[in-house]
Design a protein around this ligand. Structure first.
Ligand SMILES: *[C@@H]1O[C@H](CO)[C@@H](O)[C@H](O)[C@H]1NC(C)=O
Ligand SMILES: *[C@@H]1O[C@H](CO)[C@@H](O)[C@H](O)[C@H]1NC(C)=O
Length: 906
């Protein structure tokens, strides 16, 4: 009872009275015993040594004992397909097994051949393609070379650490290590003392330092509310980046604090080389970064005085609470190569359904079923497109998932029918906590069949979340997954249809009265694993189960699942958003770098709540938010229950017009987005890209994160400044790279900074010269209504008067594309002639056709054009210049996209 009271007070305090993130709720490195221990190590000679007498070399790997006093570890270095090295360290004679994440890798990485180059008494060199590794025995150190250049060093600073599990009685004061998990309980002391009084296996942290000589910037490690390049952290300064999935209330920006997701991958980059490191571990992890360019005042003075330049360098230090050392060195050498190497391990987003790329309208909460119908009617009445309506927790019967509120949502089937007859879809929220209420079938089944996460004494764990007292499904147990999959069936989740999709929220997991608002680390999952071991992977296990539930329910349609908690590999099952952001300019600005770092971490399908979740945006902010977020892959408006209604049709005409323009621009580019996702699935490139990814040798773009590239053809600059009349835009690529403003078609050269006038009506978006972008410019109310609409090809010419681009077409929802039921068309423009051809020998019987060409930066003096195809052997087409001759429009080719054709200007 007392406990419940404390919990209630806590909920009240945190949800009603707190303004902004309460940092006291969350640990610093200093307050986390293992982080303090590992960070407290001083750099110097490592005590670890590789026992070369025990060395074993096979075709793909090299193995040896790694020793430190009486500690004996097993070290393995393996060559992996695609220029990757895998570094694994486990105990030689483990007392207890150590956890390896089960869901992150898309499969066992494919080994590749390595060859022995050299062996001496204290080192061994091996080669794999054009990469080389030198293993130094004493002190233990690994050097990675690409084409003879040293690009990475492991344990160069001697911070490698591997705390071995000890028998309980030995678990006394050993080198100052705590005999118990001192997870400083802070304000939960009362509640959680009992959970933390002992940790049977003793400390088991691991750490490793990696240096990247020559690197200028380092990126990655989502999810943080921080800029694209990672900042220097360090004792006495900024806390290390923390990876520990947490439900953070009103998160703060420019911060290394943990958020909802954890993707432990970094990319160190210089104009010469990019190399990545994937730290495959799901326990709480902290990462220190030291970029020599930051704060190294002495070095800069020396440089200034001597005129010399000290070599740049970035040091990284990974520290995890438990698990194994399992790290993948991604050898690059370009950013594109390194990201490809990462996704070759953890997978890609499978091609989503077409509608998922359209506009989503959400709010906590639509009041009832009529509200849902009315909102859609208002979109229609205002000629604003929308594809998906979302229901937050209030649709349920008392926060019991897989049920409906019997009064407010008495006829979900009719409501859904109302939506689907106009081509819309519904997404409903399903969280992993289950209300502990007798009679609630999920709870009863979970108790009866042992599906819940346990306390360490074996009893069912109980925490507080939306429904009050709740327990949490254990997605590590195969029987729980099987059971959970069936909960999504139409028989069980009554009222739903095949057009209902899922939002998995609160799956960090969020526990209102738990330590740091999550599950205690000594809770037990199937297989005996402590929550400590699996924490960052729990949300992925949840989404994995939902994905297979939807596959079972609707086997012929691609699942769509939004998840808040995420980990490496989440992209194979779901998409993410940046959680509970705030309606202010800074949160609008941060949405670009946050999603860009996620995209580098394999999770391209990312968005931020349009308008901001907390608080009320003013109309200027709201409009800017729409203008910017049509260029992020996931495009959803969402708002807190305490905010004013802000569906876009509620505003004055000028505001409505601007938002409508943005919505239409998004819908016009759906074919482009869809093509990018197809290319993403087949080639692994991120859908959105930071500038350094596409222009790796340009030092000026290293810090640019208020711009992003959608594929390689569109550049958007977020306007997150209020009341501005000009904006500085950096356009990359040099004088021969052309950029066309997509609104007035004005040409800019990629020569760096341009000051461009902006009004509220103006956003800053550019087509790259050399691109052909397929658009559908006829405004419609939803994407299914655009299915058979014709295309307008925007042909943006480069400095040599050429362009090319791709268009991917299929049924937009099924898996038939895996059986060659699609078109993948390549358009190219050269010698004043546009031609089309199918890239793959496939077919899809679409009736879509081409209604217009818009040529940006056109040749002068064109009088007409001639179409040639099988159906149209020779047809004259009208052409005309407009926008001060910035564009040439070719009217009504009328040719089917399935058909090979050419159009020659004359
Ligand atoms: C960061 O590295 C520089 C050398 O590049 C060194 O002088 C400095 O002490 C390091 N800082 C920390 C916090 O380790
Ligand atoms: C369905 O649409 C009709 C017609 O607009 C409306 O009268 C009715 O209330 C809607 N029903 C539900 C359950 O949303």
């Amino acid at each position: 009872m007392a406990r419940r009271l404390i919990s209630l007070l806590f909920i009240l305090a945190s949800t009603l009275y707190s303004m902004g993130v309460d940092k006291g709720n969350f640990k610093t490195c200093e307050q986390s015993s293992f982080c303090r221990r590992l960070r407290g190590m001083t750099a110097g000679e490592s005590k670890y040594k590789l026992d070369l007498n025990s060395l074993q070399i096979s075709d793909n790997s090299i193995e040896a004992n790694l020793l430190n006093g009486d500690v004996k570890l097993k070290f393995t270095l393996t060559a992996i397909n695609g220029n990757i090295f895998r570094i694994q360290v486990d105990e030689a004679n483990p007392l207890y097994k150590r956890y390896k994440p089960q869901f992150a890798l898309k499969g066992e990485p494919q080994v590749s051949k390595l060859s022995l180059l050299e062996r001496s008494t204290d080192s061994v060199s091996i080669a794999h393609n054009s990469d080389k590794v030198v293993l130094h025995a004493e002190p233990f150190k690994l050097e990675f070379y690409h084409d003879k250049e040293l690009v990475s060093v492991v344990n160069g600073r001697g911070l490698f650490a591997f705390e071995q599990y000890r028998k309980k009685q030995e678990n006394t004061n050993d080198e100052g290590q705590e005999t118990q998990a001192v997870d400083d309980p802070g304000m939960w002391e009362e509640n959680f003392k009992s959970h933390h009084d002992s940790k049977p296996k003793g400390p088991s942290a691991i750490g490793m330092d990696i240096s990247f000589p020559g690197a200028l910037r380092i990126y990655g490690l989502p999810e943080h509310g921080d800029k694209l390049p990672l900042r220097t952290t360090g004792p006495g300064g900024v806390d290390p980046y923390r990876l520990y999935n947490l439900d953070v209330f009103e998160y703060e920006l420019d911060s290394t604090m943990a958020l909802y997701g954890a993707v432990p991958v970094v990319y160190a980059h210089s104009p010469k080389h990019t190399v990545g490191l994937f730290w495959h571990n799901s326990a709480e992890t902290w990462v220190d970064i030291n970029n020599s360019k930051d704060g190294n005042v002495m070095a800069s003075i020396v440089n200034l005085v001597s005129g010399s330049k000290t070599e740049s360098n970035i040091d990284v230090h990974f520290m995890s609470e438990s698990g194994l050392v399992d790290a993948f060195m991604l050898m690059g050498p370009s950013p594109k190569d390194a990201v490809k190497q990462y996704v070759s391990l953890t997978g890609v987003h499978p091609l989503p359904q077409y509608y998922t790329l359209a506009y989503h309208q959400s709010r906590w909460n639509y009041n009832d079923q009529d509200d849902v119908t009315t909102v859609v009617q208002n979109f229609d009445a205002n000629d604003m497109p929308v594809d998906v309506m979302w229901l937050d927790i209030e649709y349920t019967n008392g926060k019991k998932y897989f049920t409906w509120d019997p009064v407010k949502f008495s006829h979900p089937d009719v409501m859904i029918q109302n939506l689907t007859t106009t081509g819309r879809k519904l997404v409903v929220i399903i969280d992993p906590h289950i209300k502990r209420e007798s009679g609630y079938f999920v709870h009863e089944d979970a108790l009866a069949n042992d599906y819940y996460v346990k306390n360490k004494d074996g009893s069912v764990y109980e925490g507080w979340c939306w429904p009050g007292s709740s327990s949490y499904l254990d997605f590590y147990k195969p029987e729980t997954i099987e059971y959970y999959k069936d909960l999504y069936s139409l028989e069980t989740f009554k009222g739903t249809t095949h057009d209902v999709y899922i939002w998995n929220d609160m799956n960090e997991p969020s526990v209102f009265n738990g330590p740091e608002v999550t599950m205690p680390k000594d809770c037990i999952h199937h297989g005996g694993w402590e929550h400590r071991d699996v924490h960052n992977e729990y949300a992925l296990a949840h989404v994995y189960s939902t994905f297979h539930g939807l596959m079972k329910r609707t086997p012929n349609k691609r699942p769509f699942i939004l998840t808040r908690g995420h980990f490496a590999g989440t992209q194979r099952y779901g998409i993410i958003w940046t959680g509970d952001n705030i309606a202010d300019w800074a949160h609008l600005a941060i949405s670009y770098p946050m999603c860009l770092n996620e995209a580098l971490g394999g999770i391209s399908f990312c968005g931020a709540d349009v308008g901001g979740f907390f608080n009320n945006p003013d109309v200027e902010l709201l409009q800017r938010w729409y203008q910017a977020s049509i260029w992020l892959p996931f495009f959803r408006a969402h708002a807190h229950i305490d905010t004013r209604r802000r569906e876009p049709f509620l505003f004055a005409d000028d505001v409505k017009n601007r938002i409508r323009t943005s919505l239409r621009l998004r819908y016009a580019h759906l074919p482009y987005w869809y093509t990018l996702f197809w290319q993403h699935e087949s080639a692994g490139e991120p859908v959105i890209r930071p500038l350094f990814y596409a222009y790796p040798t340009d030092e000026n773009v290293l810090d640019v994160d208020n711009e992003l590239l959608v594929g390689n053809s569109i550049l958007s600059r977020v306007i997150a400044e209020s009341g501005v009349s000009t904006i500085n835009v950096y356009l990359p690529g040099g004088p021969n790279e052309y950029w066309y403003d997509i609104e007035d078609f004005k040409l800019y050269h990629g020569t760096g900074n341009h000051n461009i006038p902006v009004s509220l009506d103006k956003s800053l978006v550019f087509y790259r010269g050399g691109s052909i972008i397929s658009r559908k410019d006829r405004p419609r109310r939803s994407s299914p209504l655009m299915r058979n609409d014709p295309y307008t090809l925007y042909i943006a010419l480069d400095s040599t008067h050429k362009a090319d681009g791709y268009l991917y077409v299929d049924d937009g929802e099924s898996f038939a594309y895996k059986n060659k039921k699609y078109l993948y068309i390549h358009f190219s423009f050269e010698d004043n002639t546009l031609t089309s051809e199918l890239v793959d020998k496939t077919d899809y019987p679409t009736t879509e056709w081409i209604e217009r060409l818009v040529i940006l930066g056109p040749p002068k003096g064109i009088k007409g054009a001639k179409l040639t195809s099988k159906t149209f052997p020779s047809v004259e087409l009208d052409t005309s210049y407009s926008n001060e001759d910035r564009i040439l429009v070719v009217r009504k080719p009328g040719v089917a996209v399935r058909e090979k054709f050419s159009i020659k200007l004359h």
